[in-house]
Design a protein around this ligand. Sequence first.
Ligand code: SF4
Ligand code: SF4
Length: 349
Amino acid sequence: MKSRNNMTFERLKYYRHLIGGAFGCIQSRLSKTPKPLCFSLMVTAKCNCNCDFCFWKHKKENDEMPLEEIQRLLREAGELGYLDCILWGGEPLLRQDFAEMCKASHEAGMYTKIATNGWFLEENPDFAKYTDLSFVSLDAIGKAHDDIRHMPGICDRVMSGIEYHKIHSPKMRIYICCTVSAKTDFEQIKEVAEYCKKADILLYFTVNKSNQALEEAQNVKETELETSQLAEIFVKIKELKKQGYPIRNSYYFMDYIIEKKNYYECHWPRLATVIYSNGEMLRCYDRKPFISVKDRPLKEVIKDPLFVSTVNECKDCKLSCVGNYALDASGLWRLEWPAIKSLMEIAIT
Ligand code: SF4
Ligand code: SF4
């Protein structure tokens, strides 16, 4: 039977995005003024779940940008050459105007991704018309996942929503996003991998590590695995990938964790612009706001000396995040062959 993840004409867009990403990295590398290519926008801080490892647990205020403001930002991001946009939350599908935001990102020419806990996949499905890739959270199967998310019934809704979109949104790539934390063990992770294989969808593991000793990240700290526990789990995850489970983390990423490394030179903020729901950009190392895009052209903000100096400082950051794409992207930035090779492998499979 043909897999929904096989190469299609539609996937060429993904290649454009990857090749553009590599050129963007080189361009940004050669310039003193950053040329970010990923536009990451939290559209709401509200969420129907209450996960113990939520980074945003203490930021549940209602201060959201209106649709028109978000549409303006997305249009400007496309004009500035951002290639890729991820819309997230909180739970983005809580916003009834969310499909309009996906549409604006799509029309701005960006490869459009969303991250959702999956509760509203069927109830609020129109986003999928304009979305290239959806990350749907699933950390374990059945009640174990419901307990992690403190949301009874969410595992069933995720699976049913995925089946719905496999039929109604055949071009949208679906990734399960599985958080590796002290809340799960390898057996549960393996069940998620089995489910993805059977459902013919992709799987990405995200690591729950706050790194920062922030007061508000205390809950995250409490669910973190020790470096050696994490390494042990990733030895087994790597084995699953070799056995053909549809895992999309790079070997570069997995080997970094397996080898218990604790430092790399990070360039993530030069490549990705992260905006909080109220329009403030947050510094990644302490999640504090440093500049706002509200009522201000994006073009002007990314040329502001405060923006330029803040993001250029990132190479001196010692936190070495492994919880997002910072590690892979920084490897690509430094043109390290293992990172390039690993990402190329993902691109062609
Ligand atoms: S689903 Fe995401 S945003 Fe919502 S509580 Fe959980 S981790 Fe936080
Ligand atoms: S390691 Fe990179 S992404 Fe993490 S806080 Fe430092 S600069 Fe930001």
